[in-house]
Design a protein around this ligand. Sequence first.
Ligand SMILES: [Zn+2]
Length: 357
Amino acid sequence: MLLLLAGCTSIYQGSESGPVPKEWSQTSAAVQPPATNKIPPAVKIIPAPASHANPPPLKTFPPAPILTWTSLDRWAAANKIAGPRRMPDSPVASYAVSSPRGTMILEIGSREATWNGVELHLGFAPEIIDDQLFIHGLDLQKNLEPLLLGKPLAFGANRIIVIDPGHGGGNSGTVSVRDGRMEKEFTLDWARRLKPLLEANGWTVFLTRTNDSYVTNSSRVVFATAHHADLFISLHFNSGAPDKKAGGLETYCFSPTGIPSTVTRGYADPWMEKLSSNDFDAENLQIALKLQGALARATGLEDRGVRHVRYIEVLRGQKCPAVLIEGGYLSNPHEAEKIESAAFRQQLAAAVAGALK
Ligand SMILES: [Zn+2]
């Protein structure tokens, strides 16, 4: 539970000085498996049983679409890629599905999957129904298709990026468990190191803050739109305080409509909400995985995966692809020592710039 409570404060909705609410995590354990009997073998798509329902949608949102589960074998055949294959040596039932773009590993009964070795979190845990692997239709559409079948990422010649050093001014974020230095200082330094590297790769770069000033989260979103950003990246460091063991890297993007968030931290998760952020679901996921993989390889920190959330304000209402990176835990003495070192922050900057070449 301590691991689930991790996260730097003040980037979320609600009071910036108030306590972080108790997290509620939609893990696979919360999703009941579908009935596995009485499904005619010829049926390609079956309606999700009521037990698959997410938390009830807020009354202000339209009713849920019919949620469907699809055989991955049939989906793969329809899309002219090889069907899923059972991983022979895995302790749990895992399947791999590959295309020329890469390989996704799916685990039965778990929302955790990997794409080319980088962890991502699905909306719904895959299930075995009549000896076949079934995937939720929204996961096919929002997680598998963009990766297995989607076009590779490409940014134009006049590409503009907004880098958002988290926190600032009276909003100092979390603090290092070692020396008490503040997250806002480290995020600004990371952004300053990143700017020239991105410029050398052809990006026009704007920072939402260039000094220790307070900037509201909504102004950061407005700033990105006003600067015609093609990409927005928010930089943060994490905290699991008082736990000192939690560590690793996370990259967040906005939850696709209809998919329950990976974590909610107790905030409402209006999963039928559709915002402009959702126009970039595919790009958000592709960019987040690319960054997460590059950062994990460069730093050797634990890959805690790409996560979908609705509660992070700087990802809400963006008019371009937008992700938020947590570059390690300031509550973990080992990671705090790294984050306090300029060489490590340069490594983080180089990894982000390298992923966006
Ligand atoms: Zn933060």
